[in-house]
Structures are given as structure tokens and as C-alpha cells.
Design a protein around this ligand. Structure first.
Ligand SMILES: C[S@@+](CC[C@H](N)C(=O)[O-])C[C@H]1O[C@@H](n2cnc3c(N)ncnc32)[C@H](O)[C@@H]1O
Length: 183
């Protein structure tokens, strides 16, 4: 999708998209740094949008790994369905709150989330964080970027073992939360 296509979706659905541009290459690389892609991984992506993280994850992960993405926006869902054909990839036109419908507790290695927590109703963000914490294996990684620290405390409630990183080369600059589920 072109930059203009992304902007059109962003303006038409601002509360759900929560950004004016797709993530930069720099943000994507930085956020994926903590992931050991040499291992066999079950990865879940929340809010893939036009697929900047999706393509990079698929490039990095090995043949035994899998990636399942949850996207509620119809235009982004159709785009990814048409453009990404990879046996390791599955795409759900469902809210990230529904994670536990498809994944048993403790079965996922990494959750990569771009959903705009700051713009979401409280019950939706709690639902997403609770489901993410539940599906992760002990020691599993929860990666989320945001443009403000407004939900830092909330994310920490679900992932007490959490650190933050910054991605300045992004529009706007982003904060990355790196949470690890306790063993
Ligand atoms: C900021 S965009 C991220 C796009 C892309 N991942 C990137 O970083 O360039 C946020 C995405 O989250 C999606 N989204 C919002 N709420 C969602 C939910 N409850 N479940 C799944 N996706 C959601 C939006 O439709 C949008 O595609």
C-alpha cells in the first residue's frame, strides 16, 4: 500500500489506526531486536496494518516458525491477504481481544503489537493485554510500540518484567515496551 493509501485509512479510521504513517524500517528493526529468530517460534502480530512488521518478521523467522496476524481494518486485511502468500503466515480478520479463541494459554513465544492502546476504550486494551499475557509461554516476549507513555503503567501491570527503548527515527518518534512473561 502506498503512503497515501495508509494515510487515507488513518484519516478514515483514526481511533483504530492511531498513526499517520506506517512504522519506519528503523522502528521495525529496533523493536524486533530482542527476538532470537534462530529458534522455532510461534509469533502473533496484533494490528499489522499495511504489513511493515509482517514482512520483516517473515524475512527473519525460520522455516519451522509461524506467524498469525490479527487485523480489524477491512482494507488492510484485504491488502495483506492478497499480497502475503507464505505457508508460515495466517491472517485473521478479528480483534486482538479474541486471541484465546485460537491459541491455548502458554503456547505463543512472541506477541508483536502495534495496536494504538492510547486511543482504545479501557475494556478493549485490558482485553488485549490480558489475552496476550495469557497466550504467552513463560519467558515469552510482549513487544509493543506507542507514541506516548500514557499506558506504561497499564502494560507493566500485565508485564511487571518490562523495559523501554526509544525509536527516534520514526514519524512520530516511538517508545517501545519490551515485556517478558515471568517464568
Ligand atoms: C498504528 S497501525 C499499525 C500499522 C503497522 N503495524 C505499522 O506499524 O506500520 C495500528 C493497526 O492496529 C489495527 N487495530 C486496531 N485495533 C485493533 C484490534 N482490536 N485488533 C486488531 N487490530 C487492531 C488497526 O486497524 C491498524 O492497522
Amino acid at each position: 500500500m502506498s503512503v497515501f493509501g495508509f494515510i487515507r485509512q488513518a484519516f478514515a479510521n483514526f481511533r483504530n489506526v492511531g498513526a499517520v504513517a506506517g512504522s519506519s524500517h528503523f522502528l521495525v528493526s529496533r523493536m524486533l531486536l530482542p527476538v532470537d529468530f534462530r529458534s522455532e517460534l510461534n509469533i502473533v502480530e496484533l494490528g499489522p496494518g499495511s504489513g511493515n512488521f509482517t514482512r520483516s518478521i517473515l524475512k527473519k523467522m525460520n522455516a519451522q516458525s509461524s506467524l498469525a496476524a490479527y487485523e480489524i481494518n477491512d482494507a488492510f486485511y484485504q491488502l495483506l491477504r492478497q499480497q502475503i502468500r507464505d505457508k508460515r503466515f495466517s491472517l485473521k480478520h478479528e480483534s486482538a481481544t479474541e486471541l484465546l479463541q485460537s491459541f491455548a494459554p502458554g503456547t505463543v513465544d512472541v506477541v508483536v503489537s502495534s495496536v494504538p492502546l492510547a486511543m482504545m476504550p479501557s475494556e478493549v486494551k485490558h482485553g488485549i493485554l490480558e489475552a496476550s499475557a495469557a497466550v504467552l509461554k513463560p519467558g515469552g516476549l510482549f513487544l509493543q510500540y506507542q507514541y506516548s507513555r500514557s499506558d506504561l503503567k497499564l502494560v507493566r501491570r500485565y508485564f511487571p518484567n518490562m523495559k523501554t527503548m526509544f525509536a527516534l527515527l520514526n514519524l512520530p518518534p516511538a517508545i517501545i515496551y519490551v515485556g517478558r512473561k515471568s517464568q
